[in-house]
Design a protein around this ligand. Structure first.
Ligand code: NAP
Length: 515
């Protein structure tokens, strides 16, 4: 079974045909939503609609088009396993190429005709008697569906920093996730707030253009060398000619990532020490000044925040036109930033590389399930789901990239593809048994999450730093505390006995009554 499960990562469309005409609404047309739609199509289901608030597919790869935007997962793994791409031009894909890939896949599987663009869901409520979700759009329209799948992404709403005076700034204000391509940075005095994953990509590009660049680093990141390289045309053509070779490369990257997972996830000193050695050596090689070395060396355990990869961040912050300030701004005026030690730095533009509002702490939109129960109330102590996919009391509702399914060491798609398969199996079960609704038992969900949180105590993420992975009370509701292969095995089987359900036909016995 284990071997089959591991191999299945390259065959996620292996579900059998689903014979159903039930309406399915998928919220979001990024990687997850599109992958789910393909999964359904391949199972013979056509009666689905993707509801997308933007005007194009692509989600995070449509929105994050700041200069330097790229993926820190190797290209050959950061793509659908059933739609591998031999034509990646770099070992680590850049935003335009990834965005093109997503659009190409959407067109190839004829998904555009299923998508309602420029439509955001404002709220959704479940009608228990009819077994139907009623979702209201921002235009006030009502959309009904038997099954609703949330594919809204883990990080889609930009978070601006709470800094006194920011609203009064009269220069150009941009967030990395809301980049204005028409704004010319050439010769400008630019401030960048943040030193996380987005900052380390945008800063080297800004430094090349700006007259003066000031980077506000509140907390340094652990940064590893980036093993990036262009993929020559000859190698690409080998992948085109040999799908085996292409899959072999994907497998290799996948299993190397799994091999290194403990160095990122585990809080054991053995792993931490070795990982930190590599990152410190990177600093020593790229930063000559001892004072700056100290400033950019984190004082928290490596892996606690996301480990970043870059070869050009340290050179960029040491360039003649650059300055790194080892703190956040104290306040902002109409034309300048005031540092914590009282210095005034005049700037033309402020770039906020300050991250996102984290939806796994809250419902993607107000959701009312069985008995009118509110999802946000159910998640008051932190979001929880069964296998990250489904929440007790919220029937026929599924999540992609739900709570505790974020990857720390591998491609998010390695997680979401398995979720798509699991959801298709659940829908197939509903169809075969003519179920009005189905929801996971609370006891099953609780047992799963007790296990997750128990393991969480031994991870780097709970070792004492502040990160978007954690809720205010310090609970990690975002990441999966283990190997991807192990998560895949957990999702391999859909077990109806873990669910309670209500039949469509009158008079048929409800498993809820029996449960
Ligand atoms: P982030 O990791 O949350 O980093 C936000 C940065 O802004 C941090 O350095 C934070 O400092 C700083 N910040 C926030 N408020 C501030 C304030 N008031 N004053 C000063 N600094 C402030 O956000 P991100 O860089 O956008 O990355 C978020 C996630 O997106 C990543 O973890 C990753 O999962 C994903 N991402 C992935 C890629 C990729 O290559 N695949 C690229 C970009 C992003 P503190 O650390 O002190 O809070």
């Amino acid at each position: 079974m284990a071997a089959i499960s591991l191999l299945s990562q390259f065959n996620p469309l292996a579900n059998r045909t689903i014979d159903t005409d039930m309406d399915i609404a998928i919220v979001g047309a990024g990687f997850s939503g599109l992958g789910m739609a393909i999964q359904l199509k391949e199972a013979g289901v056509e009666n689905f609609t993707l509801i997308e608030r933007g005007d194009e597919v692509g989600g995070t790869w449509r929105d994050n088009h700041y200069p330097g935007a790229a993926c820190d997962v190797a290209s050959h793994l950061y793509s659908f396993s059933f739609e591998q791409n031999p034509n990646w031009s770099r070992a680590f894909g850049q935003q335009p190429e990834i965005f093109d890939y997503i659009k190409r896949v959407a067109a190839k599987y004829d998904l555009y005709r299923h998508i309602r663009f420029n439509t955001a869901i404002r709220e959704a409520r479940f009608d228990e008697d009819a077994g139907i979700w009623h979702a209201t759009t921002d235009g006030g329209e009502e959309i009904t569906a038997r099954v609703m799948i949330s594919a809204v992404g883990a990080l889609s709403d930009p978070a601006y920093p709470k800094i006194e005076g920011l609203e009064h700034f009269r220069g150009k204000l941009m967030h990395t996730a809301q980049w204005d391509d028409d704004y010319d940075l050439t010769g400008k005095r630019v401030a960048v707030i943040g030193s996380g994953a987005s900052a380390i990509q945008v800063v080297p590009e800004i430094q090349k253009q700006a007259g003066q660049m000031t980077v506000f680093q509140r907390t340094p990141s652990w940064i590893m060398p980036k093993p990036d390289r262009p993929i020559p045309e000859k190698e690409q053509s080998e992948y085109r000619e040999s799908p085996f070779k292409l899959s072999k490369r994907r497998y290799r990257i996948y299993w190397m990532s799994e091999l290194f997972a403990p160095f990122i996830i585990s809080d054991r000193p053995f792993f931490k020490k070795r990982a930190a050695q590599i990152a410190k050596s990177h600093i020593r090689k790229q930063v000559a000044d001892p004072a700056l070395r100290e400033t950019v060396t984190p004082d928290y355990a490596i892996g606690c925040k996301r480990i970043l990869i870059s070869n050009d961040w340290y050179p960029a912050i040491q360039a003649d036109n650059a300055e790194l300030i080892a703190d956040g701004p104290a306040r902002i005026t109409e034309h300048s930033i005031i540092t914590k030690d009282g210095r005034e730095i005049e700037v033309d533009a402020i770039v906020c590389a300050t991250g996102f509002k984290v939806p796994s702490r809250a419902a993607p939109f107000p959701v009312k399930g069985l008995g009118g129960n509110d999802l946000n109330a159910a998640w008051a102590d932190g979001a929880e789901a069964y296998k990250g996919v489904t929440v007790s009391g919220f029937p026929n509702l599924f999540f992609l990239m739900g709570p505790n399914t974020g990857p720390s060491h591998t491609s998010v798609l390695a997680f979401t593809e398995m979720q798509m398969e699991y959801i298709a199996k659940a829908i197939g079960h509903m169809a075969r048994h003519d179920l009005k609704w189905m929801t996971v038992k609370k006891s099953v969900q609780d047992r799963f999450n007790r296990g997750i949180q128990k393991r969480m105590k031994h991870t780097s993420w709970t070792s004492g730093c502040n990160s978007w992975y954690l809720t205010d009370s310090g609970k990690n509701t975002t990441l999966y505390p283990g190997f991807n292969w192990e998560y895949r095995m957990r999702l391999w089987l859909f077990r109806p006995s873990e669910y309670e359900s209500a039949p469509m036909r009158r008079g048929a016995e409800s498993s809820r009554a029996a449960a």
